[in-house]
Design a protein around this ligand. Structure first.
Ligand SMILES: [Fe+2]
Ligand SMILES: [Fe+2]
Length: 285
């Protein structure tokens, strides 16, 4: 059995409207527990402002662990469109090395999948969109992992609706989930909806586990600020939602999957169950 790995999954810090009390606590936890890696799944800032990115850079560089950051919809410049189109991740310049970074640990890797695009043919540009290029790039990285290695895919927008108050409505999310189901993927780590969840989603090629982290900002929705502590023992991934209110993990998680979140089915196919599907680790492909 592989050595145990400890991973911290943080999200939606929204510097500019961050929760400093929660951030000080997380920083102390990282210093004491020394996780093998920290995944931050997007929305580092509130309005992609220079001062917000400067605060984010300072905080991330203070962390005593390898860090990977996914961009979120709040991290793309909103008010200066040339920057948004030509260099959407330009504001990350001072710490570009951690953005969309693949972190490989023995037996397990964190692999990025970008769910943001500079423009969308719909009114709400805050929602997720996976381009062919982003998906191919992610799948290539998974396929290049050492044999038997498991992947935890890091995204900002959940790939499918998960019953949270906030929605992601990620275009091509179903397609991405199906492609991931055909690979050695242990789970998909996401943010954006500001509430935690741990759900097994069905695809035509089998189940994919989706794990969402809450927020560390003042923009809370249904639950107080939190982050996910993931423990991987080589066989099982255990998810614990850590928070300052001492609320237990099940109570911190959203577990209703709305009916319209189910995958489309053809006639004669059995109806997938509504609600959380009992979680088991997906098969190794
Ligand atoms: Fe957010
Ligand atoms: Fe977001």
């Amino acid at each position: 059995m592989a050595d145990k790995k400890l991973l911290f999954h943080l999200s939606d810090i929204h510097f500019g409207l961050e929760d400093n009390h929660a951030l000080d606590w997380v920083e102390r936890e990282i210093a004491e527990r020394r996780p093998d890696a920290v995944a931050i799944t997007g929305d580092l800032t509130m309005r992609a402002r220079t001062d917000e990115f400067a605060a984010a850079e300072k905080w991330i560089h203070s962390l005593q662990a390898p860090v990977t950051v996914e961009p979120g919809n709040h991290d793309l410049p909103n008010y200066y469109l040339p920057s948004r189109y030509l260099n959407p991740l330009g504001r990350f310049e001072a710490f570009r090395e951690v953005v969309e970074k693949r972190i490989e640990l023995p037996g397990i890797a964190l692999v990025p999948l970008n769910t943001n695009v500079p423009a969308q043919p719909r009114l709400n540009w805050s929602k997720g969109w996976i381009t062919e290029r982003a998906l191919t790039d992610c799948l290539d990285q998974i396929d290049a992992l050492p044999e038997g290695g498991r992947a935890l895919v890091c995204v900002h927008h959940p790939l499918r609706e998960t019953g949270t108050k906030g929605t992601a409505l990620t275009r091509n999310g179903e397609k991405a989930l199906d492609a991931l189901a055909q690979r050695n993927v242990l789970g998909v780590l996401s943010g954006h909806v500001h509430d935690a969840f741990d759900i097994m989603e069905q695809t035509p090629h089998g189940p994919v586990r989706m794990v969402g982290a809450g927020t560390l900002s003042q923009r809370i929705r249904s639950t107080p600020p939190s982050f996910n502590e993931l423990t991987w023992d080589g066989e099982n991934l255990h998810v614990c939602v850590r928070n300052l209110e001492d609320i237990d993990t099940p109570a911190m998680m959203i577990d209703d999957v709305p009916e319209n979140a189910l995958p489309p089915r053809s006639e004669g196919e059995p109806v997938a169950p509504i609600g959380r599907v009992p979680r088991t680790d997906p098969p190794v492909h």
